[in-house]
Design a protein around this ligand. Sequence first.
Ligand SMILES: [Zn+2]
Length: 63
Amino acid sequence: MGKVKVVRCSDAGLDCSFVGRSESEEELLNQVAKHAKEAHGMEINDELIQKVRSIMHEEEHVS
Ligand SMILES: [Zn+2]
């Protein structure tokens, strides 16, 4: 039911199987930012946030 927002690390060109899912854009950005920092040592800045927003998309909720 409904849609969920999805971000895949591989969509950012990274060789990584991480997939972030949330109904909340803010929550999803937090998830991805945390992952990017912990797994890839990336700094969280406006450029990264813009990149994440650009690859964020909606999918049907899988129950
Ligand atoms: Zn990753």
